[in-house]
Design a protein around this ligand. Structure first.
Ligand code: CP
Length: 313
């Protein structure tokens, strides 16, 4: 991967994805080999929206590479609350850090940040836009179970506002994947995402119900209805709870079906699924460590081509 920033999954070629995932596998197999690779470097965590997994796994991943981290903290306790622009904020923070992870409620925020600063920027979620580092750990999880070619995946839930869906769907076009999208009519993929998928020649189909496609699937990727993105709360309540699975739903599923979820979940996957052999969402979240280590290592290597690191994947 020869990129300065990771802003969108659409910028990733198959080779880029496989290089990061190969490196993630190497990290997972021998984490000690990576322990001091970026000693003395600093990662800035800039989260303008809540996060548990992304913020903490980037923090942990950086520290496992020997880095220190600095955290902007809550928006209310930063100078954003005084009216500072995103552009000024990131231009200041790039002077404090060697790379920057940004989550923001506005689509395009990471693109803007990437244009303003010279250190690597990772888009950790921009509104309903993209969440490409989540996609890398999703692909790592899928690859470990099924490989990435000749894959049939069902993506269910909030396809309109779900940024993990938009990134994953784009990345899967680099592979030989059949993609089934299952949602209520009002939460179908945005027109622009569907257009981009069609442009690549991707095999996609849209459905109201899971049941007709369940027995074809290798992976069922369930997402939360993104309540915080609905302009009208009544509209959220009309669709909330419509797409839920439990152990009974999966009774006739293929034995090797992998059930994933970017988390957090609300009620779309019942706790009894956790006890089935299908559940992979906690491992998926844990895969954030080797994958984000591999990603940071790659971006920092690109930014410092004359650095002293030796491992090439
Ligand atoms: N999957 C994910 O992005 O989780 P967080 O919102 O907790 O970071």
């Amino acid at each position: 991967m020869r990129q300065d920033h990771l802003i969108t999954a659409t910028q990733l070629s198959r080779d880029d994805i496989e290089a990061v995932l190969d490196r993630a596998r190497a990290v997972a197999d021998d984490p000690a080999a990576y322990a001091d690779r970026h000693a003395g470097r600093v990662l800035a965590l800039c989260f303008f929206e809540p996060s548990t997994r992304t913020r903490m796994s980037f923090d942990s991943a950086a520290k496992r590479l020997g880095m220190n981290t600095i955290d902007m903290g809550d928006v209310d306790s930063s100078s954003v609350s005084k009216g500072e622009s995103l552009s000024d904020t990131v231009r200041v923070i790039e002077g404090y850090a060697d790379a920057l992870v940004l989550r923001h409620p506005s689509e395009g925020a990471a693109t803007l940040a990437g244009e303003r600063v010279d250190v690597p920027v990772v888009n950790a979620g921009d509104g309903a836009g993209q969440h490409p580092s989540q996609t890398l750990l999703d692909l790592h999880t899928i690859r470990e179970d099924h490989g990435l070619d000749d894959l049939t995946i069902g993506v269910m839930g909030d396809l309109k506002y779900g940024r993990t869906v938009h990134s994953l769907a784009a990345a899967l076009t680099e592979f030989d994947a059949n993609q089934h999208f299952i949602s209520p009519e009002s939460l179908r993929l945005p027109r622009s995402v569907r257009f981009d998928l069609h442009e690549t020649g991707a095999q996609i189909r849209e459905h109201d119900d899971l049941e007709p496609v369940l027995d074809e699937l290798d992976v069922l990727y369930v997402t939360r209805i993104q309540k915080e993105r609905f302009p009208d709360e009544n509209e959220y309540h009309r669709v909330a709870g419509e797409y839920q699975i439990d152990a009974e739903t999966l009774a006739d599923a293929p034995d090797d079906l992998t059930v994933m979820h970017p988390l957090p979940r609300v009620d779309e996957i019942a706790p009894d699924v956790d006890e089935t052999d299908h559940a992979r969402y906690f491992e998926q979240a844990h895969n954030g460590i080797p994958v984000r280590m591999a990603l940071l290592d790659t971006l920092l290597e690109n930014a410092n081509p004359d650095g002293d690191k030796e491992t090439e994947v």
